[in-house]
Design a protein around this ligand. Structure first.
Ligand code: ARG
Ligand code: GLU
Length: 723
């Protein structure tokens, strides 16, 4: 290990407090041994850090894969069965669904390998090794450089390092900053490209409770889906081919049938995407008191419209299922996050810490550090109006589907204007646009979009302060249309071609470079362009400049916080790299006088059942299994069938699908959510209420075996029963 990293570790571990920290932290697998192993074992873990992450022998990490670009998955059989969440497989399950064979609603089960469904474009990425590379990446970088010079130098060093590595290796290499750019690691990965769908429960199991229960405990969702990795005959990653064979992993997770008890040690191993635990109060204030409330209102407006039409027509519901889930998910998360920070009095807590920090800096005579806080205040003051405007643009203007669709034609216009004889480039662009068009109209319903436009433009216009950050069409509505948003929407839809498959097809089929003028006159294109121009000319550049200054200050602030508290153990913010979180199974008290237990059961599903509400429909088959209590080996000691459990593992988006493991490293659950009261853990962790939510692995097995009658899949797994 390089000097810098050993210093860093020493710095972090010297007096690592041995008290339980209630689950906070997303730790770097290769540093577990120095930083966490002792504590993990004291909390009950029976395996070693080397069992979890090793580059010398097979270890748990060999069975964890980044699923697609946003989730985690784990290998649970000798033949490469890959388990993840239903909501992670959702897009792919939807792609295979039509009104006639609606796998999304009814579920899908391959009854043999021949029935497994390929998913072009879907990948699963395995970490082979991580290496600390701070010294090489910061070579030639000095503190006097401007942010731009620094970035260029880092980029050059990164390219040199990764291309050097890749030229002698079948694997891919990338480098990511940790601790806000105070440390760098190289991630060496293998990307699998033939990932087939094996099974998915019906939505009323995989999405039971839907967006109503999302982010909430107690929870009864069977949020899993099952895929399989295929490789070529030599065992190497390959594009889909009929000749490919199931992947034989170095390691796969044994599955425990023992369940979990309150206070049991558990850990989660996966790919958390993004957290921001070391921000100044000004940033937290901007996020939770300005940005979130604005976006919550815009999203809520859209969701109400989606729901209104989806309830009336099942075909619309299928079209908007993914869109609804996507918009609703962070809408709800933001509500929980802002509420959680308020409940913790988080901004004042940060401010107290910042005063302490500034005093410490002054006392130690460090001028640079003592100026950090006033500088943050100034920068966030500058950032606020720019950020508000660009969020309104993204979540207001660009959330109108025809406008977003039109924005994809910018490049065609540019090519046609600047380079009209470059037929090849123009043809390629047309081909891309045709593909996009097909995907767009597959899931488009115009009445929704019209209503969304009317409502969002109103919010955009009324809530954004007048001035340089407003696109011109908003003042057109005020002046020429007398603030009649509906009339303006009607005008746009009467003239645009972006809402009409036939018109757009005809336009693309007969495209000639000089026809770009027709695009320029299209009202949806014009709106997209006004926003695009505003973003390019002002918002984007300003935001980047301010964010650069913030990032560089944040890097110094991070380092300073670590110097101020040399006895604390710090973990780097999540950055979509493999991490380990650990904690204990446990319930919590969400409010005065109320306590939530740590597990849920099938009884709870029956309690929530409501045949008239889409999210709470229970199929006859599940009811029958419940009534006959046919739980087999999946029943808990208490005789009931456990569905989910809560624990204090620190997780975030991207941890969806992550394995939840017991003291022996056996699979006991699949992570899929956090409780609402704890969603501020991306900014501040509160051990008393922050809980990750997992499916009890026995519920997964029960659904595969008893419900779907696909028990043949269990033959390739390793089930562990102690007595
Ligand atoms: N809240 C979970 C996550 O962030 C689940 C999201 C999918 N489920 C849903 N009902 N939208 O990804
Ligand atoms: N459902 C989230 C995901 O997609 C995990 C929940 C969370 O943010 O903790 O990754």
């Amino acid at each position: 290990m390089k000097l810098r990293s050993s210093v860093l570790v020493a710095l972090l571990v010297i007096i690592s407090r041995l008290t339980l920290i209630g689950g906070e932290g997303m730790w770097i697998p290769m540093l577990l041994q120095q930083m966490n192993e002792k504590e993990m074992q004291e909390m009950g873990m029976k395996i070693t850090a080397e069992d979890i992450y090793s580059i010398n022998k097979s270890s748990l990490k060999d069975a964890i894969l980044l699923f697609g670009r946003g989730c985690t998955s784990e290998i649970i059989s000798k033949d490469g069965l890959l388990l993840t969440n239903h909501h992670c497989g959702f897009g792919n399950i939807q792609k295979h669904s039509t009104v006639d064979h609606d796998y999304l609603t009814d579920g899908f089960w391959a009854m043999n390998k021949g029935e497994e469904l390929p998913n072009p474009g879907l990948t699963a990425t395995l970490l082979i090794e991580m290496r600390e590379v701070t010294d090489s990446i910061l070579q030639g970088v000095d503190e006097k450089m401007s942010m731009k010079e620094r970035q260029l130098q880092i980029k050059a060093n990164t390219v040199r390092l990764t291309s050097n590595f890749e030229k002698d290796s079948p694997y891919k290499a990338s480098v990511k900053p940790f601790f806000k750019g105070n440390a760098y690691y190289m991630l060496i990965t293998e990307v699998f490209k033939d990932i087939r769908l094996v099974g998915a429960p019906p939505s009323n199991i995989g999405k039971f409770g839907g967006d109503t229960d999302n982010w909430m405990w107690p929870r009864h969702t069977g949020d899993f889906s099952l895929f399989r990795i295929y490789v070529d005959k030599d065992g190497n990653s390959a594009e889909y081919s009929e000749d490919n064979v199931p992947y034989q992993p170095k390691f796969y997770f044994p599955i425990s049938l023992e369940g979990v008890e309150e206070e049991d040690f558990t850990f989660v191993f996966g790919y958390p995407a993004r957290t921001n635990e070391y921000l100044p109060s000004y940033a937290v204030e901007l996020i939770t008191e300005i940005g979130n409330p604005n976006k919550i209102e815009l999203r809520e407006t859209r969701l109400d419209i989606f729901s209104k039409y989806s309830e009336k027509d099942p075909a619309v519901r299928i079209k908007y299922a993914t869109k609804h889930a996507r918009v609703s998910n962070y809408w709800k998360k933001m509500i929980g996050e802002s509420g959680g920070v308020k409940r913790m009095d988080g901004i004042n807590k940060k401010k107290d810490f910042e005063n302490e920090f500034t005093n410490w800096a002054k006392q130690s005579g460090n001028d640079q550090y003592s100026l950090i806080m006033p500088e943050f205040e100034r920068l966030y003051g500058e950032l606020t109006p720019v950020k508000v405007a660009s969020e309104y643009m993204m979540e207001g203007g660009m959330a109108i589907e025809v406008i977003k669709a039109a924005s994809y034609y910018f490049n065609l216009v540019k090519l046609s204007k600047d380079d009209p004889n470059n037929i090849e480039a123009i043809d390629a662009e047309i081909a891309k646009l045709k593909k996009r068009k097909a995907a767009f109209f597959k899931d488009y319903y115009k009445p929704i979009d019209e209503e969304v436009m009317t409502s969002l433009l109103k919010l955009y216009n009324e809530n954004m302060p007048d001035g340089e950050y407003k696109p011109a069409f908003l003042s057109t509505i005020s002046t020429k249309y007398n603030g009649d948003y509906k009339a303006y929407t009607n005008y746009v839809f009467s003239k645009t071609m972006f809402d009409d498959d036939a018109k757009l097809t005809e336009f693309l089929d007969s495209y000639k470079p000089k026809k770009y003028k027709k695009l320029m006159k299209d009202p949806a294109y014009k709106m997209a362009m006004e926003m695009g121009d505003l973003f390019r000319a002002k918002l984007g550049g300003q935001m980047k400049a301010i964010n650069n200054s913030i990032d560089s200050l944040q890097r110094i602030y991070m380092k300073a916080q670590m110097e101020m508290k040399p006895d604390d153990r710090f973990y780097p913010d999540a950055n979509f790299t493999l991490r380990v979180s650990y904690g204990n199974v446990g319930g919590y008290s969400p409010k005065d006088a109320v306590y939530y237990k740590h597990f849920t059961t099938l009884e709870g599903i029956m309690e929530k059942e409501d045949p008239d509400i889409y999210d709470y429909v229970v199929t006859d088959r599940l009811r029958e299994l419940y009534e006959t209590k046919d739980y087999g080996q999946y029943a808990d000691k208490d005789g009931s069938l456990h569905v989910g459990f809560a624990a204090s593992n620190h997780t975030t988006g991207g941890n969806s699908g992550s394995p939840v493991l017991n003291a022996n490293g056996e699979l006991v659950g699949v992570n899929f959510d956090r409780c609402w009261e704890g969603t501020m853990s991306d900014l501040m962790y509160d051990p008393s209420v922050c809980r990750n939510i997992s499916i009890d692995i026995r519920y997964f097995l029960f659904i595969v075996d008893k419900y779907a009658r696909a028990g043949y899949l269990l033959d390739e797994m390793k089930l562990i029963k102690n007595n």
